[in-house]
Design a protein around this ligand. Structure first.
Ligand code: NAD
Length: 504
């Protein structure tokens, strides 16, 4: 037994995951911290997924009639349970996903925040009243629960993405079936156990309102293809979305895709470079560059390039890298060996394209022979090459120069992905242009803050190969409901719309 193996068992038991589950099957779960095997879980077959979705459908038939504010009360209580277990769940996120402690805790805080948001929302699922063109008629729009919501999530936000979906889906009257990443199923089992604990003490909620299915791609596909799953909300790579999107469309299901990003920061000549260095540093190396919103491209004005890159290199050289649970460390491990190989291969391609690489090498291999810690890399490129345009899920920051703001915006937009973007500038004309219709083409566009670390209040998601979905705040709840347009005639006549006469 290794260190991680020993330490997570009390955490799991506190969170309600039984010891027996941890050795019930063949899905190896390992910690990115030291490569230790944490569990061998049983997986769900296609037939199991079918049964679980049917159970969810039964839950739907009951839950859709529970008043929305009462549904909100369940989520309020779940938020309270998360508050009580924030430390334990946050630590488990660190063990399983390799995030530094503050980021693990931050992820649980994000779950709590979305629960709060969803509670308020449960009294605000508003429709419209619409002016009718006919006398004695009234038109309105009502929003109804949609049905079973399937959530497929990625390893890098092992719990928050589920909560973004589940909190909204449940107040909107839907049950949830969650397929977590095969790399992070333990945090999912812990969330499920916490939810069940709350559900058990709640009057009037059906069983199976939230369920988890464990497995790899085939388990996800079983969810994707099941006609009872009304909405598939899938977060992960563009490759995954390219497979999931058409499959759900084939059966006319609804899909919400949150896929890869290739996020850029523009730094203008008027930028506050102190802010820019701090903003870029957190966004480029936080979570070891494994956030969908991580800054991967720096587009800097040629007049400040040398100074900014020198300051970034100095900051990179001082980064404490190591065990994410040790206080003070800011960069934890990559998730696994294949992420490490992907990073090395991107750096090799960038070199072939004329890039000059700073950092990027493996460190701490003596201490952690089965884990993959790297120095985050800065790569000065001559242009936006094929390697730069591809999302490599690792801490690589490509540096490009520009001379005019139009050129900078064109570079920012000239990638297949469209998730997050930012500009550091104190020139109002530039910042407003960046936010305007001719500016950034991303779902998220920021001024004087980095590309990552979104708050839950806004709608989250992106354009182009990022998939077009929106989750979390603003009016994202509409994705989890179906809209009905109602026309009510309270007159004694039956006039037809558009003045059509149809009298016999
Ligand atoms: P991944 O695509 O390998 O896996 C994501 C999930 O999809 C896993 O649960 C996996 O089992 C499942 N899956 C894979 N193929 C499937 C298929 N054909 N059918 C059904 N399910 C399938 O992604 P990952 O490596 O876990 O995560 C990293 C990627 O996720 C990056 O590209 C990152 O940008 C992206 N991401 C995006 C967001 C966002 O909100 N836009 C958030 C987090 C991560």
């Amino acid at each position: 037994m290794t260190q991680s193996d020993v330490s997570i068992r009390p955490l799991l038991s506190r969170l309600g995951v039984s010891e027996a589950v941890l050795s019930a099957g063949n899905l190896n779960v390992r910690s990115p911290i030291d490569g230790a095997n944490l569990a061998k879980l049983a997986t769900h077959s296609v037939a199991d997924v079918d049964t679980i979705v049917k159970q969810a459908q039964t839950a739907f038939l009951a839950w859709r009639s529970v008043p929305a504010p009462r549904r909100g009360e369940l989520i309020r209580l779940f938020g309270e349970a998360l508050r009580a277990e924030k430390e334990a769940l946050g630590e488990l996120v660190s063990y399983e996903a390799g995030k530094i402690r503050v980021e693990g805790l931050g992820e649980v805080q994000e779950m709590i925040d979305i629960c709060d948001f969803a509670v308020g929302l449960s009294r605000q699922l508003y429709g419209l009243t619409i002016a009718s063109e006919r006398p004695g008629h009234r038109m309105l729009e009502t929003w109804h629960p949609l049905g079973v919501v399937g959530v497929i999530s990625a390893f890098n936000f092992p719990v928050a993405v589920w909560a973004w979906n589940a909190a909204l889906a449940i107040v909107c009257g839907n049950p949830v079936v969650w397929k977590p990443s095969e790399k992070t199923p333990l945090t999912a089992l812990a969330c499920q156990a916490l939810f069940e604990r709350v559900l058990a003490n709640f009057d009037g909620a059906p069983a199976n309102l939230s369920q988890v299915v464990i497995g790899e791609r085939d388990t996800g596909e079983a969810l994707v293809d099941n006609p009872l799953v009304a909405l598939v909300s899938a977060t992960g790579s563009t490759r995954m979305g390219r497979e999931v999107g058409p499959r759900v469309a084939q059966r006319f299901g609804r899909v919400l895709l949150e896929l890869g990003g290739n996020n850029a920061v523009i730094v203008a000549p008027t930028a506050d470079l102190d802010l820019a260095v701090r903003g870029i540093l957190f966004a480029a190396v936080g979570t070891a560059g494994q956030r969908c919103t991580s800054t991967r491209r720096l587009i800097v004005h040629s007049s400040v390039r040398e100074q900014l890159v020198a300051r970034l290199k100095k900051a990179y050289a001082a980064l404490p890298i190591g065990n994410p649970l040790t206080a003070g460390n800011l960069v934890g491990p990559l998730v696994d060996e294949s992420a490490f190989k992907g990073m090395q291969s991107a750096l090799a391609s960038a070199r072939e394209e004329g890039g000059v690489v700073f950092g990027g090498e493996r460190v701490l291999a003596d201490q952690f022979p089965n884990a993959f810690y790297v120095k985050p890399a800065i790569v000065e490129m001559k242009g936006q090459s094929a390697t730069v345009r591809h999302e490599t899920f690792a801490p690589i920051l490509y540096v490009l120069s520009y001379d005019t703001i139009d050129e900078a915006i064109a570079l920012q937009n000239d990638v297949p992905q469209g998730l997050s973007s930012a500009i550091f500038s104190n020139d109002l004309r530039e910042t407003e242009t960046f936010l305007s219709a001719v500016g950034s083409d991303c779902g998220i566009a920021n001024v004087n803050i980095g590309t990552s670390g979104a708050e839950i209040g806004g709608a989250f998601g992106g354009e182009k190969e990022t998939g077009g979905g929106r989750e979390s705040g603003s009016d994202s709840w509409r994705a989890y409901m179906r809209r009905a347009t109602n026309t009510i005639n309270y007159s004694r006549e039956l006039p037809l719309a558009q003045g059509i006469r149809f009298d016999v």
